[in-house]
Design a protein around this ligand. Structure first.
Ligand code: 5GP
Length: 112
């Protein structure tokens, strides 16, 4: 079971801001910006490069949810970032696909 599956199963507590039949979204335990939320599919896709064509609808749903969360959090107007880390060089630490929604301050580019 991945760490995020344990959050989905309520075995590990998290500050959940959204849940539907396809995904869950909760605040990152180590926020890198005033708003830092993870959007996670309930289906375990390890990382974005492992997604299959059958995951197309799920991937679209995750992006739409990220945009809706940014609206709900009040960071859509000022601007925000959606980031996905794949593999060691990408900075991935949890092998269960997740979108980072970051905002509430100006973000640097490139991210480092
Ligand atoms: P990655 O580095 O894989 O792109 O992102 C994993 C993220 O999960 C990190 O930003 C990390 O802070 C967050 N994280 C790790 N463990 C937990 C946890 O137990 N609860 C929550 N809410 N976030 C976590």
């Amino acid at each position: 079971m991945t760490l995020f599956e344990k959050i989905i199963a309520r075995e590990i507590p998290a500050d959940i801001v959204h849940e539907d039949e396809t995904c869950i979204a909760f605040r990152d335990i180590s926020p890198q910006a005033p708003t830092h939320i993870l959007v996670v599919p309930k289906k375990v896709i390890p990382r974005v490069g492992d997604a299959e064509i059958e995951d197309k609808e799920t991937l679209g749903h995750l992006l739409l949810t990220a945009g809706k969360i940014a609206q709900d959090e009040g960071i859509a107007e000022s601007g925000f970032r959606v980031a996905i880390n794949h593999g060691a060089h990408g900075g991935e630490t949890v092998p269960h696909l997740h979108l980072h929604v970051l905002g509430g301050r100006p973000l640097q580019w490139p991210p480092g």
